[in-house]
Design a protein around this ligand. Structure first.
Ligand code: T4K
Length: 392
């Protein structure tokens, strides 16, 4: 019998190679490989149009974009952020010599809880760095009110939030249009990928210009350097791919939505399995398929994780451990687990099931069957060897 291929938490979507060849031919002919070539300009314009935002600065990845976003607003001292995210969020502060201050998350959205932000503000606080986790919008109104009251900047880590919109005054407004800056990731594992890539969304041309200088070593012309910039430029290859990927992304998001609906229908009555609620006023991008596995589920989160692995399904525990548990952060007063009970519980219960456009319906059913079977008797689906290994 042929070996079954593992099912990973995600699988990058790519356009047909033949569609990409004319783009590559243009790059080969023109010999402009990077430093703001024609594809870079075309991709920025097309992205603004697609996302409904005014200004975009393309980057080599979201981590460098986050580091640069903080630089561009001259953020210093302390930044309030969430422990329930990928490490890059807090690392971007540390790379700027800024202290991250962790604040607990809201139990419904798992995003930074605005009700707890004010208590963490000190004279050193200069900004809030929330994450639209799994693409679920933060409470942007409450966060902005606090930022206005205390004169703080807001930089959204919007790595997961490509294409997410929110209803406001009878129209759909991009979630990337809130706060001072937002940062997207186009990494291979994201809803929209350019292999590696990222972007800063900014409100005005002047800010864009400053960020464009910063991502190009601080150069403003051949002989003038105005800041300690970095090399954060996106290459023509990535930009050309992005331009082509844009043609397909709506169909990919639609298929993801269908997959999410199947999972929800299939798992709605499983004991101990909880889905995150989708805010009624937002258009989601279905970037991740998190479920929270509570005590009523017989196998529990880790039992389910291992049972899935035994079936060659590589679900992931995003985000476990919490950022605040990693060695470089755990000594901070704000990393004390007693101050982060909601984030801790979520990180102990969460598992992200595979979701990507090419995931077959029968695989969704197979994955759901493992979740169901382990809910009522973990030993039924966990092979003996796996049980022993786990117990060792
Ligand atoms: N902020 C937030 C909130 C983020 O989630 C991230 C990144 C960032 C900032 C920083 O963005 P970037 O600087 O990366 O643009 C992955 C990604 O590497 C990371 O981008 C992402 N978040 C994070 C949530 O997930 P890993 O270590 O889990 O990735 P990895 O390599 O284990 O990939 C997961 C699975 O995807 C693999 O098992 C197989 C599949 N895969 C992966 C890659 C890279 C493929 O099929 N093909 C591929 O090329 O971190």
């Amino acid at each position: 019998m042929a070996a079954r291929k593992p099912i990973y938490v995600t699988q990058p979507e790519l356009p047909p190679l033949e569609e990409f060849m004319p783009y590559l031919q243009k790059i080969w002919d023109g010999r402009q490989l990077t430093n703001g070539g024609p594809f870079h300009a075309a991709f920025e314009a097309a992205l603004c149009e697609h996302l409904g935002v005014r200004h975009i600065c393309l980057f080599t990845n979201a981590t460098i974009a986050l580091v640069t976003a903080l630089q561009s607003l001259r953020i210093t001292g302390e930044v309030i952020t969430t422990p329930y995210s990928f490490v890059a969020t807090a690392h971007s502060a540390m790379w700027n010599g800024i202290k991250p201050v962790f604040v607990d998350v809201d139990p419904v959205t798992l995003n930074l809880d605005p009700a707890k932000v004010e208590a963490a503000i000190t004279p050193q606080t200069t900004a809030i760095l929330p994450v639209h986790c799994y693409g679920t919008p933060c409470d942007v109104d409450a966060i902005q009110r606090i930022a206005d009251d205390y004169n703080l900047k807001v930089i959204y880590d919007a790595a997961h939030a490509f294409g997410v919109r929110r209803e406001e005054g009878g129209r759909l407004r991009s979630i990337l249009d809130y706060g001072d800056l937002s940062v997207l990731s186009f990494h291979a594992t994201k809803v929209f990928n350019t292999f590696e890539g990222g972007a800063i969304i900014c409100p005005d041309a002047k800010t864009k210009q400053r960020i464009d200088h910063l991502k190009n070593f601080g150069f403003v012309n051949e002989t003038t350097v105005v800041a300690v910039g970095i090399n954060g430029k996106m290459s023509e290859f990535n930009a050309a791919l992005g331009l082509l990927q844009l043609k397909h992304v709506d169909a990919h998001i639609a298929r993801r939505g269908e997959i999410e609906r199947r999972y929800r229908a299939s798992l709605q009555d499983v004991p101990g399995v909880r889905f995150l609620e989708r805010p009624a006023d937002a258009t989601p991008n279905h970037s991740y398929m998190p479920i929270l596995v509570g005590p009523e589920h017989a196998a529990g989160r880790d039992g389910l994780y291992h049972a899935l692995r035994a079936e060659d399904v590589r679900a992931r525990r995003y985000f476990h451990p919490l950022i605040s548990d990693f060695p470089m952060y755990r000594g901070l007063p704000s990393a004390d687990p007693r101050g982060l009970p909601v984030a801790r519980r979520a990180s102990e219960q969460v598992i992200c099931l595979p979701i990507y456009p090419a995931l077959a319906d029968e695989d969704i059913e197979r994955i759901a069957a493992v979740v169901r079977a382990t809910a009522v008797g973990a030993a039924n689906t966990t092979p003996v060897t796996e049980t022993l290994l786990h117990a060792a």
